[in-house]
Design a protein. Structure first.
Length: 449
């Protein structure tokens, strides 16, 4: 979606709603460093983080300059230049089943100051972002949520989960094979040059991953501030295949608890192949003077239990919804992903906000492609619709949140039907939908945004 983010008009509905409460809704000029710095201060305050400064602030300003940044301002405050609410967004690709990608709109940094709660600020921001996403031509909007009860009212649903795994190092006995390549330490600066290409291939393998942005890689590797405590603490290991081609890397650190063995922690691994993933896991698990290995934001279907002789060495300490989706254009979204098998289905989608509402006829080919047509769109479809009315519609009735939940294959339509969230309009449609929407690889997002 190549275009200037500044060309998107300000959502007048959100602007009017906030103005009625004495608040100003603005898009920040990416060249206005002072305004961006004040916005960054409000954002960090909203997430209870220290205000960025020095190289960290410079890195963040560089990221924000490439995004559409909104702030809500209260002109009556002593520090009126610091927004009381923030949101940032940008167009990005989302990996979907079938090794494909769909145009999405990422929403991040949603904060409202505790001094300005219950004034409709969050609603104005979230509805404004749906407006922005549609204006940008996105098929869906997406976010990662710190709280699970906020976003459903705007049509979002959890679509990919993440776990935290802990492994007892004393019980590790590798049961997998030996990989033909090698793992080696590399300087962060060297890895920064190679990381984008590896990350692109890793992202394409797994539905639910989003395109990596340069500021993320700088932060993970610490290359924006090489003298910081974070940069000096991280270690970077890369896996090269038998042809000495880089296929994956992991960034980790060792935390010491007292004088004993340390805890190895990581939350960023990029593997462009299964071979690289196995090799990097083995490298992490077989380090000396380490009592535990803790991996955050891991998939719900890690191969790890099948790589250890004692699977009970692994403990899941956290499992939560992570990626949330909001379908805006069902035709574009459904045609973007791949499917398991062939068939035909009609989806009756309810969307209180109107973006995705309608009846959609889908033809799935044996090659996993889908052709989607919106039905009941006026007089030109009247004849075709009348013909279809003469035979039962093979399909489901569901809401836009349920459509988002099944989109990547994280949950089966039949499970939502058991919860009363999906209605089968013709016997057999649920079984067909379960098969079509399943994903050979569980959806997974391995970063926050």
């Amino acid at each position: 979606m190549p275009f200037d983010l500044r060309d998107i008009p300000l959502d007048q509905k959100a602007e009017a709603a906030l103005a009625a409460r004495g608040l100003a809704y603005r898009v920040i000029d990416p060249q206005d460093r002072a305004a961006l710095a004040a916005w960054a201060q409000a954002d960090s305050r909203g997430f209870h983080q220290p205000a960025p400064h020095g190289p960290e602030l410079e890195r963040e300003l560089g990221v924000l300059a490439e995004r559409r940044v909104h702030g809500v301002y209260d002109p009556t405050l002593d520090e009126a230049e610091i927004p009381v609410a923030t949101v940032a967004s940008w167009p990005t690709g989302l990996s979907v089943p079938g090794g494909r990608s769909v145009d999405g709109w990422a929403v991040s940094s949603v904060t409202v100051a505790p001094t300005h709660r219950r004034r409709g600020v969050a609603r104005a921001l979230m509805e404004g972002e749906l407006h922005n996403a549609v204006a940008a031509g996105a098929a869906l909007a997406m976010l990662t949520a710190t709280e699970a009860t906020i976003y459903g009212r705007y049509g979002y649903a959890p679509a990919a989960r993440a776990t935290t795994l802990e492994v007892d190092r004393s019980r590790v006995a590798w049961a997998g094979g030996a990989e033909p390549g090698r793992v080696q330490f590399v300087p962060a600066a060297v890895m920064r040059e190679q990381a984008p290409a590896i990350a692109r291939r890793a992202v394409a393998r797994t539905p639910g991953e989003i395109d990596r942005w340069s500021g993320l890689l700088d932060r993970v590797l610490g290359t924006h501030h090489p003298d910081s405590d974070h940069a000096r603490a991280v270690r970077v290991a890369r896996y090269d295949d038998r042809r000495d081609q880089p296929q994956g890397f992991v960034v980790y650190r060792i935390r010491h608890e007292g004088q004993g063995a340390g805890v190895l922690e990581f939350d960023f691994m990029a593997a462009a192949s299964d071979e690289a993933e196995r090799a990097l896991w083995r490298f992490l698990l077989e380090q000396d003077f380490v009592s535990r290995i803790r991996g955050r934001l891991r998939s719900i279907d890690e191969p790890l239990p099948w790589l250890l002789a004692d699977r009970r060495a692994i403990r899941v300490t956290e499992s939560h919804d992570h990626l949330w989706l909001r379908i805006l254009d069902p035709v574009a979204a459904l045609e973007a992903r791949g499917y398991t098998g062939s068939g035909s289905l009609v989806l009756d989608v309810d969307d209180p906000q109107g973006y995705a509402a309608g009846r959609f006829e889908i033809e799935f080919s044996a090659k996993g492609h889908a052709e989607v047509r919106r039905l009941e769109q006026g007089a030109r479809d009247a004849t075709a619709h009348a013909a279809r009315r003469s035979r039962p519609a093979q399909g489901l009735r569901l809401g836009v949140t349920e459509l988002a939940a099944i989109y990547l294959g994280d949950v089966a339509p039949s499970l939502l039907a058991r919860a009363g969230r999906v209605v089968e309009t013709t016997p057999g449609s649920l079984a067909l939908a379960d098969r079509l929407f399943s994903s050979p690889r569980a959806p997974h997002l391995s970063v926050w945004f």
